[in-house]
Design a protein around this ligand. Structure first.
Ligand code: ZN
Length: 261
């Protein structure tokens, strides 16, 4: 048998070299490779769990005795829940908080976050403020954001963020981080074009030791009065879909600011 010619050997070597790159893309090689090496970084809030608490509930008004039941909040006894306020034309706080929370949930999920809400309908009763406060830790959330609307004098307008004060044995673990969260949420809402309250709070921030949702939390928590439903300008914004989308967008900016993402 004739030995292979030089030309034949050269062809075999060239073919082997040409096939080498294909080996790098074999199923086994692809399985080893982390996705980020292919230029698809995860979305900014990937892996972040967030708890949202839309204040009040649509069924509360019809269950007065149930929501009046007192619960201990570390500093005092408070009603389990309340009906909430309304705009002069009757748009309710519970509808407002639920809609803003749903919009915020969708916005955060689009950024990769996992979001849980203390209530998933606007027709139920409660839950009580102690349950709302414990909710964040129960779903292993990084933070909990409680959404409300205020019912103050008609001249008062703008949002403010309430953070837990130091209550020994209750908020020791979350009071520093909650203060940082409150500042980030305030700054995010301002960046989103929303105005700081012209009443009650200082620079849009207020410390409270009498709120069950804050005292019971074991994750950084804030409760935000997004606007005053008794003020004509705030009420118009709160009752409109574009206004509620603007509130949700501002809350996203605040959450991203706190997360550094
Ligand atoms: Zn409220």
């Amino acid at each position: 048998m004739q030995p292979p010619t030089r030309r034949f050997l050269a062809t075999v070597v060239a073919l082997a070299l040409a096939l080498l790159p294909a080996l790098a893309f074999s199923p086994a090689a692809l399985a080893r490779e982390p996705p980020i090496a292919y230029g698809f970084p995860p979305p900014p809030l990937h892996g972040v769990v967030i708890a949202l608490d839309p204040g009040h509930n649509g069924g509360n008004a019809a269950h007065a005795s149930e929501i009046a039941k007192l619960v201990w909040i570390g500093t005092m006894w408070k009603p389990c829940n309340k009906v909430g306020t309304t705009t002069p034309s009757g748009y309710t706080e519970h509808a407002f908080t639920f809609d803003v929370a749903k919009r915020l949930k969708a916005d955060l999920e689009a950024l990769g976050a996992t979001v849980y809400m203390t209530r998933t309908t606007d027709t139920g009763v409660g839950p009580c403020i102690d349950v709302r406060g414990r909710f964040g830790a129960s779903v292993f959330a990084a933070i909990e954001v409680s959404i409300h609307g205020d019912g103050a004098a008609s001249s008062a307008h703008g949002f403010f963020v309430m953070k837990p004060g130091l209550v020994r044995g209750w908020t020791d673990d979350i009071y520093d981080s909650s203060a940082r969260l409150a500042t980030a949420m305030r700054d995010g809402l301002v960046a989103g074009g929303l105005s700081i309250a012209n009443y009650y709070a200082t620079d849009g921030l207020k410390t409270r030791t009498d709120l069950g949702t804050l005292n019971w939390s074991n994750v950084p928590v804030v409760e935000i009065e997004m606007g005053n439903m008794k003020n004509a300008g705030d009420a118009a914004r709160m009752a409109s879909t574009t206004g509620r989308a603007k509130y949700a967008a501002g809350l996203v900016l605040g959450i991203r600011r706190y997360m550094g993402k």
